[in-house]
Design a binder for this molecule. Structure first.
Ligand code: PMP
Length: 394
């Protein structure tokens, strides 16, 4: 039987961007010792006290069908967190709990776009974005954020794209995966102005909001006239090392959120009660706990960027995230070819920039997700290879 064009065309006929990760895992399964700097997964798992709470809740009977928009306590805690971080009044009616930020992004596009509408997103982008948009029946269209602008998107180019495509939505991600860049206040103001002028929904992916090493997090929902046209996807995956728990949320205007709740009834049926209770417990630990989870990435971001810069490599200037992006265009190799050789010859797996669109071609994304010692060994080998290949290319 033939499957639908929508589902068969989810990745646009090309690769889903994760080839190198699969190859690295195959090599690991075949017994090779690979240093994995690919996916954004903490090297320390979910903290035991969160697991204790999950266990307690499950034994207490919270194993039945969950409360769909999320439990009152969890939605209240999310609303309080969002309000404290943004200053924008947020109540439980503005919050729906979803199975991870990924599911929130799908729900947000389903809420914003009708089939055939254009949904804009910014290249470079997190690898699932185009498929998420296509899955929701919309047309995925990129706007480039250029390396020479330090990957800050340009308001005039966004306005052109919105005009040309009659887009309904624009998906942004700050702090950004893969670049680690935080959008400046000027960039955010530009985005907000385009959204107002072209009547766009802004879908703001803020799953890295606790991984900012310098400066403040700014959500477009905070900007003038934006609260009613912004849908914010959040998650405990990165902030609380709960990637496997699949616990996230969508925050937005009450009317849209009520529809997203209804959407949940017909798609995911919510998140298990014992996961929600553990998430509530996790949020109640407060900012010091979040800072503790983020600390290894803060430390490694500084150490590794300092080291690579001292070695003369071009590190994309960034102030956030568990990633660093390197410009390896001096080697004459594509990110794909470099990453392939690094894996083959040195057993180190990093993501090629090409996995995240075309704007980051000739770059590598290094996830800072192994212990400091192994990480420093890996980046030294990587820098040696950049030197070696650049010299040969010169
Ligand atoms: N957005 C971005 C930018 C991400 O990097 C990820 C996960 N790596 C997600 C969303 C999805 O996260 P979650 O685990 O909350 O579904």
């Amino acid at each position: 039987m033939r499957v639908s064009k929508r589902i068969a065309g989810l990745t646009g006929g090309g690769s889903d961007g994760w080839d190198i990760l699969r190859k690295a895992r195959d090599l690991q399964n075949a017994g090779r010792d690979i240093i994995q700097l690919t996916i954004g997964e903490h090297d320390r798992r979910t903290e035991p006290e969160i697991l204790d709470e999950m266990h307690r809740s499950a034994l207490g009977g919270h194993t039945g069908y969950p409360v769909l928009p999320g439990t009152d306590e969890l939605r209240q805690a999310i609303a309080e967190r969002v309000e404290a971080r943004t200053g924008i009044a947020t109540g439980t009616e503005n919050v729906v709990v979803t199975p991870g930020g990924q599911s929130a992004l799908f729900a947000a596009h389903s809420a914003a776009c009708d089939p055939g509408d254009t949904a804009l997103f910014i290249d470079p982008y997190y690898a699932t974005y185009p498929g998420t948009i296509r899955g929701a029946g919309a047309i995925a269209e990129t706007v480039t954020a250029r390396a020479e602008n330090d990957f800050q998107p340009d308001a005039a180019e966004l306005a052109d794209a919105a005009e040309r495509t009659c887009a309904r939505s624009l998906l942004i991600n700050s702090p950004n995966n893969p670049t680690g860049v935080v959008y400046s206040a000027q960039t955010m103001d530009g985005i907000a102005a385009v959204a107002r002028a072209h009547n766009l929904w802004i879908i703001s992916d803020e799953v890295y909001d606790t991984q900012i090493w310098d400066g403040e997090h700014l959500s477009p929902r905070q900007l003038l006239g934006m609260t009613d046209r912004t849908l914010v996807a959040g998650s405990l995956s990165k902030s609380h090392a709960m990637t496997g728990s699949r616990l996230g949320w969508l925050v937005g205007p009450a009317e849209a959120i009520a529809h997203v709740e209804n959407f949940g009834t017909h798609t995911t049926y919510g998140v298990a009660g014992f996961i929600q209770d553990a998430g509530h417990f996790a949020l109640k630990q407060g900012e010091a706990f979040e800072a503790r989870i983020a600390a290894p990435f803060r430390r490694r971001h500084q150490q590794v960027s300092g080291y690579l810069e001292a070695r003369g490599l071009h590190v994309v200037p960034s102030t956030a995230s568990m990633y660093l992006m390197l410009d390896i265009r001096s080697t004459g190799l594509s990110g794909d070819d470099f990453a392939e050789r690094l894996l083959e010859e040195h057993s180190i797996a990093v993501m090629p920039g090409e996995s995240f669109g075309s704007a980051a071609a000739g770059h590598l994304r290094v996830a800072l997700t192994v212990d400091d010692e192994r990480l420093m060994i890996a980046v030294a080998v990587l820098a040696d290879m950049v030197d070696e290949v650049s010299t040969a290319a010169a």
